[in-house]
Design a protein around this ligand. Structure first.
Ligand code: HEC
Length: 140
């Protein structure tokens, strides 16, 4: 199959997917121009690093490099969730900013090798970010 045909099919598939999804929630399920859906961003980036961060903080012997890696990627995802017109409203923005702030707090505690502090910051992260955005937008 030629390259233009493949490209054409991809465009048709994306357009069809957008139409099926409906214009109303196009922004929260996907950004305006980039290809990664919110669902996949959650699965591969946000939830994956959140689960790994919890494991890293609960490990018998804490590997701080692991904690820093996972918390940094969560921090970055807090910015990605605000990019490309994906953010639909204030609840989303509040939760995404909280993801930025609380992951930064985990990083500050990791720098100080303060395990209890890092765990507290992580608990706040799940309460003020994941839970807040999901209550407003997941499955809605
Ligand atoms: C700013 C909003 C927002 C934040 C913050 C957020 N999520 Fe989500 N999440 C969503 C939305 C919207 C969906 C539903 C996506 C869909 O089905 O199209 C979702 C779906 C999910 C899913 C299901 C993915 C799937 O495969 O169906 C998981 C798991 C998840 N989020 C984990 C997390 C975790 C863990 C956090 C916190 C570290 C988090 N999310 C923070 C908006 C958010």
């Amino acid at each position: 199959m030629s390259r233009t045909k493949v490209a054409g099919l991809v465009v048709v598939a994306i357009t069809a997917a957008l139409c099926l999804r409906g214009e109303a929630d196009a922004q929260k399920t996907k950004g305006k121009t980039r290809l990664t859906s919110t669902k996949l961003m959650m699965k591969g980036l946000v939830a994956a690093n959140c689960g790994d961060l919890k494991k890293a903080l609960d490990a018998k012997e804490v590997n701080w490099d692991d904690v820093i890696l996972k918390a940094s990627l969560l921090n970055e995802s807090g910015y990605l969730l605000m990019d490309d017109g994906r953010c639909p409203d204030g609840e989303w923005a509040k939760a995404a900013k909280s993801l930025q702030a609380q992951s930064a707090e985990v990083l500050a505690k990791a720098d100080a090798k303060d395990l209890e502090g890092a765990k507290t910051a992580f608990g706040e992260l799940t309460k003020t970010s994941c839970a807040v955005c999901h209550a407003a937008h997941k499955g809605k």
